[in-house]
Design a protein around this ligand. Structure first.
Ligand code: SAM
Length: 324
């Protein structure tokens, strides 16, 4: 099997696949053309590349595609920005503390920390250079420092931070216990640790659940790519257990819910065509006909308000705990 990839500055998104090399060459043309017409500036310098069965992208990350900050903001950042202040209200940390954020993405939670928690300092870490560039632009604040790094080997001194938080990240980290051990290593005694992830198994992230329900009705093989199947631990019990196994004390949990309101179907659909995140990555891996079938079925399936808007819910499970 040959996977056809579009690649811009290190970010890769699969745009097609073929078992025959010559067919592959022709199939790449249309999706790439569609992309280039859609966002000519972003994809200037785009080039195609083939992944073969000897050298595939890892299955888990193949559709995760975390690089393009603008696309992320349109797909997820606009909703994670609404959850962040609510989580911080619940965390209720004091002012003048040294914060660490793990997996800051484009800075949704970072901005909220600086706006409402009066931190002394904030170190925000992400593995994606593309997202960090966007975060630095989104959050210009002298108290904040954005560093590239892995949640499983944090580039932070031991026992140096008072509050450590992470938003919508832990499910993407291969070794979650190692990530929590790293947070504990970076924490001063008595530090607070807090994190949240979407309620994927409970269907709490309704726009994603709707996307995947329709996608899997057309392509049953997509079932294994859905977040509820990939991340079954994202429940109140699963997350509480994760924190307790990590040896955190005073573990507490809550759900946080916000509305995701799309002005109309295009506002709902467009972010899925930008390729950033698991569902958009999958969407852009389809050939044009399959993608059009998916678009049309979603268009007919989604509930509409009288004004054409689409109102859905997004629920996260949050954990707060202490380092003994
Ligand atoms: C869904 S986004 C969440 C971003 C941001 N926290 C927010 O609330 O919008 C997941 C983020 O986790 C980052 N990430 C995934 N695995 C990581 C790892 N092992 N180490 C550091 N960052 C990671 C990705 O680059 C991406 O920015």
């Amino acid at each position: 099997m040959i996977f056809l990839m579009a690649e811009t500055d290190g970010s890769r998104t699969r745009v097609g696949q073929s078992s025959v090399r010559s067919k592959a060459a022709s199939r790449i043309a249309d999706p790439l053309k569609a992309w280039l017409l859609q966002e000519p500036q972003k994809y200037r310098g785009i080039r195609s590349r083939e992944w073969t069965e000897d050298k595939p992208m890892p299955e888990m990350s193949r559709h995760d595609a975390w690089q393009a900050g603008d696309s992320y903001d349109l797909y997820m950042g606009r909703w994670s920005r609404r959850i962040a202040p609510r989580f911080l209200d619940w965390l209720d940390a004091s002012g003048d503390l040294d914060w660490l954020e793990v997996g800051c993405g484009t800075g949704a939670l970072s901005a909220a920390i600086l706006a409402q928690c009066a931190p002394k300092s904030l170190i925000a870490i992400d593995q994606s250079e593309g997202f960090l560039t966007k975060a630095r632009a989104n959050v210009p604040d002298a108290r904040a420092e954005f560093r590239v790094g892995d949640a499983q080997a944090l580039p932070v001194e031991e026992a140096s931070r008072d509050v450590i938080v992470s938003a919508l990240v832990l499910n993407f980290v291969p070794d979650r216990q190692r990530a929590l051990a790293e947070m504990k290593r970076a924490a001063r005694g008595g530090a607070q640790i807090g994190f949240y992830v979407w309620d994927y198994p409970g269907g709490g992230m309704e726009f994603m659940r709707t996307f995947w329900t329709v996608a899997t009705s057309l392509d049953p093989r997509a079932r294994d790519l859905t977040e509820d199947r990939r991340f079954p631990f994202c429940t109140q019990e699963g997350l509480t257990n994760l924190a307790k196994v990590a040896g955190l004390a005073s573990v507490d949990s809550t759900s946080i819910e916000v509305e995701t309101v799309f002005t109309g179907f295009d506002d709902f659909w467009h972010p899925f065509t930008l390729g950033t995140g698991p569902a958009p990555g999958y969407c852009m891996s389809l050939d044009l006909e399959a993608r059009e079938r998916l678009r049309a079925k979603l268009h007919d399936s989604l509930p509409r308000e009288e004004d054409g808007s689409i109102r859905l819910k997004a629920r996260a499970w949050a954990i707060r705990a202490e380092v003994a």
